[in-house]
Design a protein around this ligand. Structure first.
Ligand code: 4NP
Length: 162
């Protein structure tokens, strides 16, 4: 059996942005026939929403594009997650700062989602937090995540020789 490549998306609450990361990454690897090669999860740096389903705004944005993320449940990012995943992908610079504060956190496998923007001019930006905003904010996050996961998968495919 080939090794499984593990990918963890994270944000602050694990109810808005990173659930879309998990859901859209899963769909994209399925579209490429690579589902069996990946284990995908998401988490948040805060414990505020642990156990909760994704925000209705994210559920709706995903559903509008044929992706069901409603069965996900929020969990908090831990040091063990950082050690246990090949790629740990944060949604913003502040998410990455918070992750680096976890005991034993290295830097090696921590990535910023938007460093994978197809348009180089957009790299390095934060994925805006849509929490408490309207449908357009969730749609914007959906679009960012959808295009960035493709470039991220291209990178992983190349690095891992898939
Ligand atoms: P997320 O959005 O980090 O994309 O899940 C947020 C959800 C909740 C809070 C902040 C951001 N909050 O402050 O509770």
């Amino acid at each position: 059996m080939p090794e499984t490549i593990s990918v963890m998306f994270f944000c602050l609450g694990n109810i808005c942005r990173s659930p879309l990361g998990e859901g859209l990454f899963l769909r994209a690897v399925a579209d490429r026939g690579l589902s069996a090669r990946f284990a995908v999860a998401s988490s948040g740096t805060s414990a505020h929403h642990v156990g909760e389903a994704p925000d209705p705004g994210s559920v709706r944005a995903a559903r509008a594009h044929g992706v069901d993320i409603s069965s996900q449940r929020s969990q908090q990012l831990t040091s063990a997650h950082l050690r246990g995943h090949d790629y740990v992908v944060g949604m913003s610079a502040s998410n990455l700062r918070d992750a680096r504060r976890l005991p034993g956190a290295g830097d090696a496998n921590l990535l910023l989602l938007r460093d994978h923007e197809p348009d180089e001019g957009l790299r390095g930006l934060d994925t805006p937090d849509p929490w408490g905003h309207g449908a357009a904010a969730f749609e914007e996050v959906y679009a960012i995540v959808e295009r960035c996961v493709e470039v991220l998968i291209d990178r992983i495919v190349e690095e891992r020789g898939l």
